[in-house]
Design a protein around this ligand. Structure first.
Ligand code: SAH
Length: 358
């Protein structure tokens, strides 16, 4: 049995069933063997592939988005360029490379990475170490430790990894879904004995999800932008409007797995509720644009032109790779529609690039 399974069983034996959020938090980020803490899960040989790992075009366009955001902030002399959950550091590296096109921006940028995993922090240091940067990047495990000052922040597939709570509607009301041990020694779902706050009318069997950690974080980001200036770009998979449904999923080796099987060895994620995120950011004082579909966002930023420029210099094998990557990023049947982009900016700031039609 994995260290995380043992740890979860001990916790349940001591304190009783865990909320789905507690289970997810331990399985993903516990310092003793949480999924992200000990491995590099990305790429074709890993568990899943993310947009920056598919193509450099993704990070380059985001780098230019940041440069334009900096211009509409009035070009502050220094700006924190913050990434939440940077994985291998590929997105930050591609964004910083693209930033060279705007030298004054490149000079202003102080890169800062928020990462909880020591293993991935080491990978990010190596990735960014290959670039010749005017200012050395810094790291922290939490957003609270980001240095003071105006900031431009981006996060790709970060919020889907933050823990969610789930509530189920039965004929007697809403009850929180909990995780407990089953007689065979594995884990199974159960319901809390006490009814939770009423969540509104819904058919029996409905599941309502909520990510308090995501909402608190995005509210803090809104407060920070309102107080110190800047812009944030959140890209993830999820829905534009809040609704009911169980979206918790486990992935291993690029295939779906049992959500309660192999904790610590499978990636666990849930759809991001963009409507709830936007409301929380605005509660903090930020102004939101979007969410809009990733495909539309990347096209508005000029992915066609960027792809064409790369194609012009490519050999036959590279051409096929560029076309496949472009298709995966923007096509509605691939990542183009399910993935969405949300911008949060300081009040008074202009609409950021890509969101004009939103
Ligand atoms: N943005 C990257 C990686 C996405 S995977 C990409 O697009 O490829 C999620 C990332 O968030 C990983 O780097 C993971 O270690 C990190 N992470 C997960 N939970 C975290 C938390 N609570 N605090 C900080 N980082 C976290």
């Amino acid at each position: 049995m994995s260290e995380i399974s043992t740890l979860l069983q001990e916790r349940i034996a001591e304190d009783g069933p865990l909320t789905v959020a507690e289970y997810m938090g331990i399985a993903l980020t516990h310092h003793r063997g949480g999924y992200y803490m000990t491995r590099d899960p990305f790429g074709t040989a890993g568990d899943f592939i993310t947009a920056p790992e598919i193509s450099q075009m993704f990070g380059e366009l985001i780098g230019l988005w940041c440069a334009v955001a900096w211009q509409s902030m009035g070009m502050p002399e220094t700006v924190n360029l913050v990434e939440l959950g940077p994985g291998r550091g590929t997105l930050m590296a591609d964004a910083l490379r693209a930033a060279r096109a705007v030298p004054a921006f490149q000079k202003a940028v102080r890169p800062h990475l928020v990462e909880i995993s020591p293993t991935l922090t080491a990978v990010q240091k190596e990735t960014l170490g290959r670039l010749d940067l005017p200012h050395a990047p810094t790291w922290s495990e939490t957003f609270a430790e980001v240095p003071e000052g105006p900031m431009i922040l981006f996060a790709n597939e970060f919020f889907d990894a933050l823990p969610i709570r789930q509530f189920e509607r039965t004929d007697e009301g809403w009850f929180e879904r909990l995780v407990t041990v089953d007689p065979a020694g594995g884990f199974c779902f159960t319901l809390a004995r006490e009814e939770t706050a009423r969540l509104g009318p819904a058919p029996e069997g409905s599941i309502q999800e909520m990510s308090p950690e995501s909402l608190n974080l995005v509210k803090t980001i809104g407060e920070r932008l309102a107080a110190q200036g800047g812009a944030a770009l959140i890209i993830d998979y999820g829905h534009g409007e809040s609704g009911y449904g169980d979206t918790l999923q486990a992935v291993r080796g690029q295939e779906y797995a049992d959500v309660l099987g192999q904790p610590g060895d499978v990636d666990l994620t849930a759809h991001v509720d963009f409507e709830a995120l936007a409301d929380a950011a605005e509660m903090g004082g930020g102004r939101c644009f979007g969410p809009i579909a990733q495909g539309h966002f990347l096209m508005a930023l000029g992915i066609e032109m960027r792809a064409q420029a790369l194609l012009d210099k490519a050999n036959e094998a590279q051409r096929r790779e560029i076309m496949t990557a472009h298709h995966r990023l923007v096509h509605p049947d691939e990542m183009g529609l399910l993935f969405k982009a949300l911008a949060v900016v300081a009040p008074g700031m202009a609409c950021p690039p890509g969101f004009e039609a939103s």
